[in-house]
Design a protein around this ligand. Structure first.
Ligand SMILES: Cc1ncc(COP(=O)(O)O)c(C=O)c1O
Ligand SMILES: Nc1ccccc1C(=O)C[C@H](N)C(=O)O
Length: 428
């Protein structure tokens, strides 16, 4: 693709954008009376306009039916989560029975570790990426301690080669091979939150399985962003939040995936609750836990219907868009355009102010670019905010920008890069 650094070129791309109409479905924060340039869908996606309507529907059911809303009305709440399974399964490449929505991400990671981290005396270690999101590190450290092991010894982190920012798949595979006798679990993110690197989930899973080790993934930054085929890749389990690329709102409900090969495995531990009990017999309130078939059997507590309603609004947009694969066609181009413009700033200014640490290879990234600022990074970031460009800042020197195909335009990307250029000159 030949890119041009001009507003006319960006606008022309927007005219030919098959997803252009989706932008109208979202509400934008304002800066000086104008929509901001929102490039932060990797942290908190924007609010779909339909959220109010979907939540209002459930508030009406509550008003009109009270507790009977669980069993009656157009959308009995007892089954509400099942409406979400098919669109989510489509997004993560799963069978409907392999996914469900419940609770929040770190809580679900703990619940899945209860099932899939089964350390034995000699085989108790967890292999993970170095620099994983802190909540995952804390969760894993505390699980390891809970089982009586020392995190220093039991957690093996794989780091990029000296002076590099991203991991090589062959190094991950080599680490699995080298530690195979000690490993009880391989746990990675789908996309690393800091660098934006999209890991080769299929190859990692296969390498783990060849040595009899289960593989699980935190897909917070991957879901609704990149193409996933969790079922075909034989991933054992995964969890994610839905408030980033899936636009379900702050603290929105999380999702889990459990491969169907584990659905009937009675050797798996679960921290059970009545919401995971067989749905059609739950209200018999009998002793002895009998799980619902599939991922639903991992549910623990009463469904937060208002959170589910919010996600439902967003999922309908994904359904209209068709598939993540289709969205990716635009997303790859948007991301590549941002990359071209940022690299152009260095050329124009004759500096190395911005260094993109996200892989340049399309298959190894999603919509996020992580940009190291050589100097004055925080000042540059504050200037962006001041000028109505919302990205985010990660210590010590990284600005993350994520052009999202459902609501961002090439014009957004063009203006953001112009402001990045001004900010770099002004702070130089
Ligand atoms: C990879 C990853 N894991 C976990 C979390 C935290 O999830 P939560 O606070 O929703 O439990 C986030 C984002 O906050 C994340 O990006
Ligand atoms: N849940 C949040 C609450 C407050 C502020 C940020 C978050 C994020 O999600 C951060 C994100 N996970 C990150 O990749 O940095």
């Amino acid at each position: 693709m030949e890119w041009h650094n001009s507003l006319a070129f960006a606008q022309d791309q927007d005219i030919n954008d098959e997803f252009a109409a989706f932008r109208e479905e979202f509400l934008f924060p304002q800066n000086n009376g104008k929509d901001v340039i929102y490039l932060c869908g990797n942290s908190l996606g924007l609010q779909p306009k339909a959220v109010v309507e979907e939540i209002t529907k459930q508030l009406s059911s509550w008003q009109q039916l009270g507790v009977e809303g669980w069993f009656n009305g157009s959308d009995p709440w007892l089954q509400y989560h099942r409406k979400l399974a098919a669109p989510i399964a489509n997004i993560v490449g799963a069978k409907d029975s392999e996914v469900t929505v419940m609770s929040s991400l770190t809580v679900n990671l703990h619940l899945l570790l209860v099932s899939f981290y089964k350390p034995a005396k000699k085989k108790y270690k967890i292999l993970m990426e170095g620099g994983a999101f802190p909540s995952d590190q804390y969760a894993i450290e505390s699980q390891v301690r809970f089982h009586g092991f020392d995190p220093e010894d039991a957690i093996i982190e794989v780091f990029p080669p000296e002076g590099e920012y991203t991991l090589r798949t062959e190094d991950i595979v080599a680490a699995i091979e080298a530690n195979a006798d000690d490993l009880a679990l391989v746990l990675f993110s789908g996309i690393n939150y800091y660098t934006g690197q999209f890991f080769d989930i299929e190859t990692i899973t296969q390498a783990a399985h060849e040595r009899g080790i289960p593989a699980g993934f935190d897909l917070a930054h991957a879901v609704g962003n990149v193409n996933l085929k969790l079922h075909d890749w034989n991933v054992d389990f995964a969890c994610w939040c839905s408030y980033k690329y899936m636009n379900s709102g702050p603290g929105g409900i999380s999702g889990i995936f459990v491969h169907e090969q584990h659905h009937r495995d009675s050797t798996l531990n679960r921290f059970a609750g009545w919401w995971g009990y067989k749905l059609n017999e739950r209200f018999k309130m009998t002793q002895g836990f009998v799980p619902e078939a599939g991922a639903e059997g991992w549910q623990v507590s009463t469904s937060p219907i208002l959170l589910m309603a919010s996600l439902h609004a967003s999922l309908q947009l994904f359904e209209r868009a068709g598939s993540v694969a289709k969205l990716r066609q635009k997303a790859d181009r948007l991301t590549a355009y941002l990359e071209y413009l940022i690299n152009g700033i260095n050329k124009d200014l004759g500096t190395e102010q911005y260094k993109i640490i996200t892989p340049a290879q399309q298959s190894a990234r999603g919509s996020q670019l992580s940009i190291i600022c050589k100097s004055n990074g925080k000042k540059i970031f504050d200037k962006l905010l001041d000028q109505g460009v919302i990205g985010d800042w990660r210590e010590p020197d990284v600005i993350r920008l994520a052009p999202v195909p459902l609501y961002n335009t090439f014009t957004d990307v063009y203006h953001a890069a112009e402001i990045m250029k001004e900010a770099a000159s002004a702070t130089a």
